[in-house]
Design a protein around this ligand. Structure first.
Ligand SMILES: [Zn+2]
Length: 87
């Protein structure tokens, strides 16, 4: 996945702004809802063999791990074997 990003950066014209660069990266990301915990998930859209991650700040794969909220802890109703999977 890093190599695809590096290839993309090499093809950019030198006058490309940071905003345009970030927009280009955003277009490489696929978004979905997790079928298990219903939270937003994402992955690099150019790499269909790559895993999905929850969009929480820690970018965890596991639904239980991604359910952590400061002051509230984890949602223990989510089995630890569930991982980010699109609906
Ligand atoms: Zn989930």
């Amino acid at each position: 996945m890093m190599l695809e990003m590096l290839d993309m950066v090499r093809k950019l014209p030198p006058e490309t702004t940071l905003g345009a660069f970030v927009a280009g990266l955003d277009r490489m990301v696929a978004h979905a809802e997790c079928r298990y915990c219903k939270e937003p998930i994402s992955r690099l859209s150019v790499a269909e063999d790559q895993p999905w991650f929850h969009d929480d700040p820690s970018r965890m794969r596991g639904c239980h791990a991604a359910s952590y909220r400061p002051g509230k802890g984890w949602n223990d109703s989510l089995p630890k074997k569930w991982s980010a999977t699109p609906a």
